[in-house]
Design a protein around this ligand. Sequence first.
Ligand code: KG4
Ligand code: ZN
Length: 344
Amino acid sequence: MIILSIDTSCDETACAITEGRKVLSNVIYSQVLIHKKWGGVVPSLAKRAHEERIDFVVQECIRKYQKPIESIDYFAVTQGPGLAMALEVGMRKAKELSAKYHKKIIPVNHLEGHIYSSFVQNSQGNPKRDFSFPYLALIISGSHTDIVLMKDHITYEILGEKIDDAAGEALDKAARMLGFGYPGGAVIERLAQEVKNIDEYHFPRPMLYSKNLQFSFSGLKTSLFYFLKKVPEEEKFSKMKEIASSFQEAVFDTIIKKTGDAMKKTGIHNIVVGGGVIANRYLRNKFRKLVRKHDGTILFPSYPYLTGDNAAMIGVAAYFKAEKGIFVEDVETFDRIPRFPLTV
Ligand code: KG4
Ligand code: ZN
């Protein structure tokens, strides 16, 4: 089953051609340089950039695939969640292709794409990893922090989610307060690597002792804000790395503790993690330590491009949806869902 997938949910214009879990062709056009100077993604600029690039990105993906587009069985597209104006561009393109080539569309939730990103294989079918349900799936990105119970393919139960800022968003906002650019997660990781005392300032761990599995990072952001107001300027500069590291530690400690709680609560010890923040090697090691303690297993996306937004993960999720017979029934009324819950 060969699927051409499109994702334009945020600031990457992405197209991929997949066969089952194998990626045959993949193109990602990042808009990060456009949004950098604004300190975050500007929806109207994202829309325009997607519109300018979508045809080229799809064409380039087909060119790299080196076979005629007629050999593609289905089109898949991210329906949400994401920026309404941005989603619209990918949806329109998928509809156009579906009408032109008389192939069905598979609707995909962006979050299921992030969950399936750990199962994406290269064109040689590597890594081989098989599924071993049930999983606790974590999505840790710039817009989401979710713990999801997955008993089988394409079945999701949300156990915990963010109630305000997402983990990546908190890191980005902290980076901005410290005077670094957008996005900030990777900058904070780099600075933290140079620090001896990784938790010198010990910022509060949000909701760590609450019994539920919800995440809240906005209070932590506020505590950094007030801390920076009262700390002497010289200390702010001489201890910039320690401050960044302590902030990162508070965010990651919370994620690890809540994941541990979810493991205890469900008895499930197989973890799969997706989303931009899991590019962070230090966080990966924290997760590895946690599952070792519980005799569990852990999977991360195998290739760096799979942590951020891409269409290959959408194609792999789409494959398992198509196996279950999930297709768009009426293309005319098929519309984007900017706040698309994983469970509908
Ligand atoms: O999944 P993603 O590309 O976009 C969303 O769907 O939100 O995630 C972007 C987020 C940003 O907040 C960025 O700061 C964070 O992922 N990120 C990182 C790292 N690389 C990207 N956070 C921590 N460490 C990193 N190395
Ligand atoms: Zn994403």
